[in-house]
Design a protein around this ligand. Structure first.
Ligand code: ADP
Ligand code: G3P
Length: 498
């Protein structure tokens, strides 16, 4: 591979599209990022404009290439990583989406999912590893087909395509020639059998989705297609795809069974590599596909916490008690503990391991002595406690204690939060030097496919530690606050149910 070659990673997230160029040492050459509009048509509904997703993504890609002083000829391969579950349906005749992208956070299909739970909970869990919830793509496709004029007829006639964001981007990058996804994204649709690695006929019937709409499912690291020449003035191989949480697991090099990472972004996503066999959770975690490279499929357990850093945003934008997210560390240090305050940030229901879509945010234990510091500290504790609840469930499922948790995402910059996490979970919390682990994971997958990096050993040399947080030994106080937390969580359950 000549020296002037790089890997371009497209990281299409919930709030922004980013493009990052990596060199062989894993160093970042350039980054470009654009936010796009969040559309909230009704309470609980969240949409994106797929054309805006595409426009922002392609423009940041061009910007990153130009900023690095490069052209398409310098890009050895493209890796794509994306917000998962978000559902796009488009018409192959017009090339246009028939509805906005329905975002993973969207709750409009909750009632439909409630009905399905009664009959299909076990069947769906056994085939897909998932717990029935509006979070996943299947009920969102069903909604589009039943609510957009003529959609059902067009779908039956084979005129519509469905894709998670990776599929949509590849469709656009190839000017409508290639309709693919990878196993990690497919495993989040609720239509994919994670054991047989294929779309499942029975699930397609339950959700009333014609098979012709679905993309071909590929591994996470192979050349799927080349970009259309008109885009980057050269045909660049698209060579890696993974959902963003799986990409982060790979980018954190959690390649061995038992290794786990937590991404502290808007939500918290804790994912543990469980090796070559899927582990069926007895504790309401999701079984999902970590990646497939060659013929080898790696599985993972995942716990998604819906509100993580978003709780900090709420302190800033909702309550107005902080000016910047990063101020939380200093403010929380003004008090020695949360003074008995417990904040359960169930602002969008509770995800793993509770799965209560009717839970709502709860602040308990207020007294006249409660200060802003207590509430801010309770918020940081809540992020750590929610993640710990998931970790405990993982430990119970795998019969092993977690020795090390690798961390990334915006809120992992908060040293106090990381220390609280280490203390409460009694585990080492390890923050890497390169925090762009999601983009890096997709770059690694693409780079392996095109021979930019030879093998995993070469990747191991790239990842390095920035800071390690070691747990304190205050078991007694830990037990006390955790007990209070559990009490608070119970109080938040079913709050919004009639
Ligand atoms: N120093 C900090 N302390 C606590 N939370 C932070 C800090 N910096 C950023 N955050 C939170 O991290 C989130 C942004 O992280 P990011 O990884 O960019 O999220 P996403 O990819 O989900 O958009 C925001 O919700 C923000 O409130
Ligand atoms: O875009 P993020 O980083 O908020 O991640 C979204 C997840 O993939 C949803 O499952």
């Amino acid at each position: 591979m000549p020296d002037n070659q790089y890997i371009l990673s497209l990281d299409q997230g919930t709030t922004s599209s980013r493009a990052i160029i990596f060199d062989k040492k894993g160093d970042i050459i350039s980054v470009a990022q654009k936010e796009f509009k969040q559309i909230f048509p009704k309470s609980g509904w969240v949409e994106h404009n797929p054309n805006e997703i595409w426009a922002t993504q392609v423009s940041v890609a061009a910007e990153a290439i130009a900023e690095g002083g490069l052209t398409g000829l310098n890009i050895a391969g493209i890796g794509i990583t994306n917000q998962r579950e978000t559902t796009i349906v488009w018409d192959i005749d017009t090339g246009q989406p028939i509805y906005n992208a329905i975002v993973w956070q969207d709750r409009r299909t909750s009632k439909f999912c409630d009905k399905l739970k009664k009959k299909y909970a076990d069947l769906i869990r056994n085939k897909t590893g998932l717990i029935i919830d509006a979070y996943f793509s299947a009920s969102k496709i069903n909604w589009i087909l039943n609510n957009v004029k003529e959609a059902k007829e067009k779908a039956i006639a084979g005129k519509l395509k469905f894709g998670t964001v990776d599929s949509w981007l590849i469709w656009k990058l190839t000017r409508g020639k290639v309709h693919v996804t990878d196993v990690t994204n497919a495993s989040r649709t609720m239509l994919f059998d994670i054991h047989k690695l294929q779309w499942d006929k029975e699930l397609l019937e339950i959700f009333d989705v014609p098979k012709s709409m679905l993309p071909e499912v590929k591994s996470s690291s192979e050349v799927y297609a080349k970009t259309a020449t008109t885009l980057f003035a050269s045909k660049i191989p698209i060579a890696g795809i993974a959902g963003d949480q799986q990409a982060a697991l790979f980018g954190q090099l959690c390649l061995k069974k038992g290794m786990a990472k937590n991404t502290y972004g808007t939500g918290c996503f804790i994912v543990m590599n469980t090796g070559k066999k899927p582990v069926v959770s007895k504790n309401k975690l999701l079984t999902t596909i970590a990646w497939k490279i060659g013929d080898t499929t790696n599985y993972a357990l995942e716990g998604s916490v819906f509100i993580g850093g978003a709780a900090i945003q709420w302190l800033r934008d909702g309550l107005g008690i902080i000016k910047k997210a990063k101020h939380t560390e200093k403010i929380a240090k003004e008090v020695k503990d949360s003074g008995g305050v417990v904040f359960v940030p169930a602002l969008a229901g509770l995800g793993a391991p509770h799965w209560d879509q009717y839970a709502r945010g709860t602040i308990l234990g207020l007294t006249r002595g409660t200060s802003r510091g207590h509430i801010v500290r309770a918020t940081l504790e809540a992020i750590a406690f929610q993640s710990y609840d998931v970790l405990k469930a993982m430990e119970a499922d795998t019969n092993k204690s977690t020795k090390e948790l690798r961390v990334d995402g915006g809120a992992s910059a908060n040293n106090l939060l990381m220390q609280i996490q280490s203390d409460i979970a009694s585990t080492q919390v390890v923050r890497p030097k390169t925090m762009e682990t999601t983009a890096m994971g997709a770059a690694f997958l693409a780079g392996l496919a095109v021979g930019y990096w030879k093998d995993i050993d070469e990747l191991e040399k790239i990842w390095s530690v920035e800071k390690t947080f070691n747990p304190d030994n205050c078991q007694e106080s830990k037990n006390r606050v955790y007990k209070q937390w559990k009490k608070g969580v119970k109080r938040s359950f079913s709050w919004d149910k009639d």
